[in-house]
Design a binder for this molecule. Structure first.
Ligand code: PGA
Length: 241
């Protein structure tokens, strides 16, 4: 694991954008695995800026998002479809049919299998971008005694519902279930970029980087991957020893 500790969120966002930009420059038809949440927002803003300045071309890029809530329409302001389009995809020249986001409605078992087949057919993910939950989750792969390899339906933990309630008007409105890429597609990605900012992530980052490898800290499994880059700010790095 390569660990970069930067001063603050602003530096994290520009370093992460540079990392993704170099991937696209080196391989214009990169298959990117994308994450939502507050952490990658600044990175997306920087990528949009690079596109607007004619420094980046997304015309051959293909994307697969990690997850989506169950039961929200795609135009719901808290859906990850909405997030991705409004914060990033609508502002760059990516082709509409190159965008893949798990669908949170209908037969999840069936759409999960189709999602995994689409990832395989595309040739697998070149670069997977990940945030981390304060409980160590990646995607919506929540701490458990087993982890699933395939794209699957998940029941969100109390901790995740609590953490994500800041985006909704009340805790009750947060969906209890989601669809998430499993550990299989994540671990089979050629490269992984993990981002974390702020003190609330410090314990999860310390356990991911140097704790025991355990399904109760899903991010700790990344220690088994051969090409992981972690960019964290000083606050998120403070419990790494
Ligand atoms: P955050 O979420 O970026 O909003 O902190 C990360 C996650 O839960 O994976």
């Amino acid at each position: 694991m390569r660990l970069h500790i930067v001063k603050d969120y602003e530096q994290l966002s520009s370093k992460a954008a540079s990392f993704v930009a170099s991937q696209i420059i080196m391989k214009p038809d990169s298959i990117l695995g994308l994450a939502t949440g507050s952490t990658p927002l600044g990175m997306y803003q920087n990528l949009v800026k690079l596109y607007q300045e004619d420094m980046l071309d997304f015309s051959e890029v293909v994307t697969f998002n990690l997850d989506e809530y169950l039961g929200l329409d795609t135009d719901h302001p808290q859906s990850y479809h909405y997030y991705m389009h409004t914060n990033f995809l609508d502002h760059v020249n990516i082709l509409r049919n190159a965008i893949h986001i798990p669908t949170g409605n209908g037969d999840i078992n069936k759409s999960g299998k189709e999602y995994d087949r689409a990832i395989l057919k595309a040739g697998g993910i070149d670069l997977q971008i990940l945030g981390i939950g304060s409980n160590g989750h990646i995607g919506f792969n929540e701490p458990d005694h087993i982890l699933k390899t395939e794209t699957h339906m998940v029941r969100l933990t109390k901790e995740t519902i609590e953490a994500n309630s800041r985006f909704f008007s009340s805790r009750e409105e947060v969906p209890r279930e989601a669809i998430s890429m499993g550990m299989g597609s994540i671990m089979q990605s050629k490269k992984i970029l993990l981002l974390a900012s702020g003190e609330s992530k410090a314990q999860a980052i310390a356990r991911a980087v140097s704790g025991e490898i355990t399904t109760v800290v899903p991010a700790s499994l990344l220690q088994l991957h051969s090409d992981v880059t972690i960019i964290v700010d000083e606050e998120a790095a403070k419990l790494i020893n």
